[in-house]
Design a protein around this ligand. Structure first.
Ligand SMILES: *Cc1c(COP(=O)(O)O)cnc(C)c1O
Length: 430
């Protein structure tokens, strides 16, 4: 039941039942798209928007030294979280730029060694579109498929590697954890294989860093992308780890200018953003273990609650090799977009990308071999640092309620319940 109130001409629909304690609407549960800034991160950043405004490249006065000191502290904080050294951290405007810099920078630098790059189909667009661009410039790119659980097959990777000749493989770029289905790739094994074959290994670790243990040494990673706003830090700042020893990786700069960041990325540094990214990494390092445990429990609780109340639900992606806060679930016979509209006070994502002309299901879900119906009915829950059990209960109850209502209106669901095999039905053509 709901009653409508008029407030400054705006009609507000208010639920008649009071909200559970600790639940404030709207609820944010889309932490793979972005994370809210941790208040401690904001606090660390604020002085650098004010009195501490210096340019970190100003070498001859205290304003510059102060900014440079703050940047070097952040470099250490980031390096420590991933088992790197401070000198191996290059600041960028975010992970899209980091991915571009890594892939284009290596392709250009090692062009004489070979022209082959290997990636896989469920990468972020920042990797896939970069690879497509390189294909236009004459590079050969292999896009490995994934298995039904979202993991790549290591044998297929091994077989795809070219070790001699002009088509030699120079780079493998495989993400650490997927942003839609939360699946964690066997990164340490991939890196080991690359090192055995003398191929550089880049990983887009945006969703993994700060959420699960990432270590560039034990994971055999040569180049790694990360982003501020996915780890409770600010938007518009990211970093690229570039290995300095065994092997020393060289990257051709993609932005020319003052030669900042060891010549790999010119441009005046975003000092407040960098301070924020550093603070976010420090917090993650201290709190990651406890946070991962808490989020995994919440995630499993949500999954169990939905599975107990609803039939025809389908969990997408391998749940063993998985991010703590991710749950991607299909509610078959329900349109994801309709479901989202029914829970409009909850921020989650659906597996359909609404474009002007078509409603295309997510390419990640399609890559798992899911039918359009299952892909279209998927919802991505992204639990994060600030989500509570009370919120999970509210969201689960709401989803259960809306899915049941939508299915009451679904002729397909009715037919399935009556035992009709939908694959045998001949649909009239329109
Ligand atoms: C968000 C995201 C990116 C892009 O990062 P930005 O900092 O927003 O440019 C790249 N890869 C993955 C896996 C992501 O989730």
């Amino acid at each position: 039941m709901s009653n409508e109130m008029s407030n400054n001409g705006m009609v507000i629909t208010q639920s008649a039942t009071p909200l559970p304690e600790g639940v404030h609407l709207p609820i944010y549960m889309d932490n793979h798209a972005t994370t809210p800034m941790d208040p401690r991160v904001l606090e660390a950043m604020l002085p650098y928007f004010g009195a501490k405004f210096g340019n970190a490249a100003s070498r001859n006065h205290a304003f510059g030294w102060e900014a440079e000191q703050a940047v070097e502290t952040a470099r250490e904080q980031i390096a420590k979280l991933i088992g790197a050294t401070a000198k191996e951290i290059i600041f960028t405007s975010g992970a899209t730029e980091s991915n571009n810099l890594a892939i284009k920078g290596i392709a250009e630098m090692y062009r004489e060694r070979g022209n082959h790059i290997i990636t896989q189909v469920t990468e972020h667009k920042a990797v896939l579109d970069t690879c497509k661009k390189l294909e236009k410039q004459g590079y050969r790119v292999t896009y490995l498929p994934v298995k039904a659980d979202g993991l790549i097959d290591l044998d297929e990777l091994r077989n795809a590697m070219v070790t001699e000749g002009p088509e030699k493989t120079i780079l493998v770029s495989i993400m650490y954890a997927n942003n839609e289905i939360g699946v964690v790739q066997p990164v340490a094994e991939i890196g080991k294989l690359c090192h055995e074959k003398g191929v550089l290994f880049h990983t887009d670790a945006v969703q993994a860093v700060g959420k699960i243990p990432v270590n560039v040494q034990t994971d055999n990673i040569d180049v790694l992308s990360l982003s501020g706003h996915k780890v409770y830090g600010p938007k518009g700042v990211g970093a690229l780890y570039v290995r300095r020893r065994n092997p020393r990786v060289q990257i051709s700069e993609q932005i020319n200018g003052g030669g900042h960041e060891r010549g790999m990325r010119s441009g005046t540094l975003n000092v407040p953003g960098i301070v924020g990214l550093g603070a976010a990494c420090e917090i993650a390092r201290n709190e990651m273990d406890a946070e991962a445990k808490r989020e995994t429990e919440l995630r499993d609780y949500l999954k169990h609650k939905l599975e107990s109340a609803l039939d025809y639900v389908h969990v997408n992606g391998n749940m063993e090799h998985h991010l703590p806060g991710n749950l991607n679930m299909s509610f078959v016979y329900v349109e994801g977009e309709s479901l989202l509209m029914g829970i409009n006070d909850v921020a989650v994502s659906s597996g359909s990308a609404c474009t002007s002309a078509t409603l295309e299901p997510s390419y990640v879900l399609k890559a798992l071999g899911l039918g359009d119906d299952v892909a279209h009915s998927s919802i991505r829950f992204g639990l994060g640092r600030f989500n509570t059990k009370a919120e999970v209960d509210y969201v689960a109850d709401k989803i259960i309620d809306v899915v049941k209502k939508l299915r009451e209106l679904s002729p397909l669901y009715e037919m399935v319940k009556e035992g009709i095999d939908l694959s045998t039905v001949e649909w009239a053509a329109h």
